[in-house]
Design a protein around this ligand. Structure first.
Ligand code: NAP
Length: 298
C-alpha cells in the first residue's frame, strides 16, 4: 500500500480507501454480514487504513458492521463518516442543521463504537441551511473532540469556497473516474491550490469498469447502478463499453486499472473502492502496488 499525507497534519492515509456503501446492502442488491466483515478485515490486512462510511449506507448497517469489524483494531483505521442524508417517514432528504448533525453524530459514534470520528463530512449540500451555520456546528463538535477533521462531499466550487472561509475544510469527496471527469475543470485545480485532499468515489463506475458486464445488466429501480451511476443507461452503455475495451490494453485486472488511473491524477489523496467481499478488497488494494503508464486517448 502507498500512503498520502492528510492535509494539515502529518498523518498517513492509504491511497486506496475502503468504500462501504455496498456493505449497507441497500441499493446494491443486498450484503451478507460474514462477507462484509471479511472485506473489512482483508482491507486492513492489505494496508488500507482509510474507511469511508455514511449513516445512509443501509440505514446505519454499514457503520454497525464496520464497528464490529474494527473492534480491537481501532488504532489501525482512519474513520471517515458523514452527515446530511436523513430519513423520515420512509422518505430520504437532506439536512445539515446543527440539531440534525448532533443527532447523526451521536448515532454514528454509537454504531461505530468509537468516541471520536477522524473525518466528518457533509454528504450533500443542503440548500435550506446556510453552509456557515453547518460549519459552526462542525467546529463546535471539533472543539469538543468528537470529530478530528471536517470534510465536505459533492459541493460545487462556490459552496466549497464558502465552507472553507468558515472552517478548516480538509477534504472534498467527489465522483471521479475514467467515465466521469467533470472535477478536472474547476474543483481539482482549486483543491490542489488550497491543499484540500480529494477523496474520490465511483472509480470503478460502480463495478462497470471492472469489465464484468458484456451486455447491459438489469437492476432494481433503487439499485445504485440504476439510479446513481448513469453509465448503465442505454444511452451511455456503449460509450462506456468502448472505454472498457481500451482499458483491456493493460495486462492488469481492469478494476485495478480503473483505480490506478484515478490514483495517478494530481491532487487525488484517496481513491475509494467499494468492496463487497475479501477477494475484491484484496484485488483493489493491490492497485496501489504498481504504476499505470497507460492513459485514455481522447
Ligand atoms: N459521497 C458520496 O456521495 C458517495 C457516492 C457514492 C459512493 N461513495 C463512497 O465511495 C465508495 C466507492 O464507490 P462505490 O462503491 O459507489 O463504487 P465503485 O467503487 O466504483 O464500485 C464498487 C462496486 O464495484 C464492484 N467491485 C468492486 N471491486 C471489484 C473487483 N475487484 N472486481 C469486480 N467488481 C468489483 C462491487 O459491486 P458488485 O460486486 O456488486 O459488482 C462494488 O460494490 C462507496 O462505497 C462510498 O463509500 C460516496
Amino acid at each position: 500500500m502507498k500512503y498520502a499525507i492528510f492535509p494539515g497534519t502529518e498523518e498517513k492515509v492509504s491511497v486506496i480507501g475502503l468504500g462501504t456503501w455496498v456493505l449497507g446492502g441497500e441499493n446494491w442488491g443486498g450484503a451478507r454480514e460474514e462477507e462484509s466483515l471479511a472485506a473489512v478485515d482483508q482491507a486492513i490486512l492489505s494496508g488500507i487504513n482509510f474507511i469511508d462510511l455514511a449513516p445512509f449506507y443501509g440505514d446505519g448497517l454499514a457503520e454497525t458492521v464496520v464497528g464490529k469489524a474494527i473492534k480491537g483494531q481501532r488504532d489501525k483505521v482512519f474513520l471517515a463518516t458523514k452527515c446530511g442524508i436523513i430519513r423520515s417517514n420512509g422518505r430520504v432528504g437532506i439536512c445539515l442543521s446543527p440539531e440534525s448533525i448532533a443527532k447523526e453524530l451521536d448515532l454514528s459514534r454509537k454504531r461505530l463504537g468509537v468516541d471520536v470520528i477522524d473525518l466528518y463530512q457533509c454528504h450533500w449540500p443542503d440548500d435550506n441551511v446556510p453552509v456557515e451555520k453547518t460549519m459552526e456546528a462542525l467546529l463546535h463538535w471539533q472543539k469538543l473532540g468528537a470529530i478530528r477533521h471536517i470534510g465536505v462531499s459533492n459541493f460545487g466550487l462556490e459552496l466549497l469556497k464558502r465552507a472553507c472561509a468558515a472552517a478548516p475544510v480538509r477534504t472534498l469527496q467527489v465522483q471521479y473516474s475514467l467515465v466521469e471527469r467533470k472535477i478536472e475543470a474547476e474543483l481539482l485545480p482549486f483543491c490542489i491550490q488550497n491543499n484540500i485532499g480529494v477523496i474520490t468515489y465511483g472509480a470503478m463506475g460502480g463495478g462497470f469498469l471492472s469489465g464484468k458486464y458484456q451486455k447491459k445488466p438489469q437492476f432494481d429501480k433503487a439499485d445504485a447502478r440504476h439510479m446513481f451511476y448513469k453509465f448503465y443507461d442505454d444511452q451511455k452503455f456503449n460509450d462506456t463499453m468502448r472505454i472498457v475495451a481500451e482499458m483491456k490494453k493493460n495486462k492488469f485486472p481492469l478494476s485495478q486499472v480503473a483505480l490506478n488511473w484515478v490514483r495517478r491524477q494530481k491532487g487525488v489523496m484517496t481513491v475509494l473502492a467499494g468492496c463487497r467481499n475479501a477477494a475484491q478488497a484484496k484485488e483493489n488494494a493491490a492497485a496501489a502496488d504498481w504504476e499505470l503508464e497507460w492513459t485514455l486517448q481522447d
